[in-house]
Design a binder for this molecule. Structure first.
Ligand code: GAR
Length: 204
């Protein structure tokens, strides 16, 4: 079966991108091919990871492009140039408008570092999610992979995994545990599942 072409959109460290690249190398992402990395931030360490893996990468910075429309046009152009069929948001900290998301129904995945519907939506990203979980005092948190639609963190849930909060956790310690135990496992699994689904649709 022809591999589904995947773009991974990143903004920072890119450990979830790394998990996808590692899964591909290990043969666990056999239905897909990571064909493009798009970074919203020229300084993202994820760009170094893409270069090390030999994956083409482009920077689309909303700040540099001046408007949401120009930002999304640049992303769309890069996706078209590389024949992308599936988009994965892996720590992508820019918002995509409804104009954009409705062009990709069930074709954009996001990983979020909590058990949605807890600690999600506007303002909940990165470490802030773990700060909020600790402030609330939950004893279990986790990660969610979901489809992206026009509602922030509101699309259909694909996979979730629970992770224990331990006494003395700091946001950083909890973030690392959620990544190790949940995000880095769930995201490649979901990518494989949807890449397979797209492959089957193309074969029909
Ligand atoms: C991850 O924990 C990811 O779930 C989170 O940002 C981190 C990025 O880390 N994403 C969000 O909060 C999106 N709402 P990474 O750059 O090392 O993959």
């Amino acid at each position: 079966m022809v591999k589904t072409k995947i773009a991974v959109l990143v903004s920072g460290g890119g450990t979830n991108l790394q998990a996808l690249l590692d899964a591909q190398k290990a043969g666990d992402l056999s239905a897909g091919e990571i064909a493009l990395v798009i970074a919203s931030n020229p300084k993202a360490y994820a760009l170094t990871r893409a270069a090390q893996a030999g994956v083409p990468a482009v920077v689309c910075s909303r700040k540099e492009l001046g408007s949401q429309a120009a930002f999304e046009a640049a992303i769309s152009q890069a996706l078209a140039q590389h024949g992308i069929e599936l988009i994965i948001l892996a720590g992508f900290m820019s918002i995509l408008s409804e104009d954009f998301t409705r062009q990709w129904p069930r074709r954009i995945l996001n990983v979020h570092p909590s058990l949605i519907p807890s600690f999600c939506g506007q303002g909940y990203y990165g470490l802030k999610v773990h700060e909020a979980a600790l402030a609330y005092g939950v004893k279990v948190t986790g990660a969610t992979v979901h489809f992206v639609n026009e509602v922030p963190d509101g699309g259909e849930i694909l996979l979730q995994k629970a992770v224990e909060v331990l006494p003395g956790d700091t946001p950083e310690v909890l973030q690392r545990r959620v990544m190790e135990q949940a995000e880095w496992k769930l995201l490649p699994q979901a990518a494989q599942r949807i890449a397979e689904e797209i492959g089957r649709e193309k074969a029909q």
